[in-house]
Design a protein around this ligand. Structure first.
Ligand SMILES: [Zn+2]
Ligand SMILES: [Zn+2]
Length: 85
């Protein structure tokens, strides 16, 4: 299983506009901007859900779940913010 390659190619992270890649198992898509963003979007019944609100927002540095508010990702663990736009 997995998503069609041509679909993967047109998908992009809605936060930082970088491409996404399929994680092992094909249940999530991960933003390739792993250092700053690294959002993981769920794939539900074969349909990628490209919403920041629905993404796994674990911090790339400390692993804590980051909050998403006011167009900014903020980590409660290392207190870093990420605001690409
Ligand atoms: Zn991203
Ligand atoms: Zn952190």
């Amino acid at each position: 299983m997995g998503l069609p390659a041509d679909l993967l190619q047109i998908l992009a992270c809605p936060l930082c506009r970088q491409p996404v890649e399929e994680e092992a198992g094909g249940e999530r898509l991960r933003c390739v901007n792993a250092k700053e963003c690294g959002l993981r979007y769920p794939v539900r019944e074969g349909i990628p859900v490209m919403l920041i609100e629905e993404a796994d927002r674990a911090c790339p540095q400390c692993g804590k779940a980051r909050t998403w508010a006011k167009e900014t990702l903020t980590c409660p663990g290392c207190n870093r913010s990420f605001m690409p736009r």
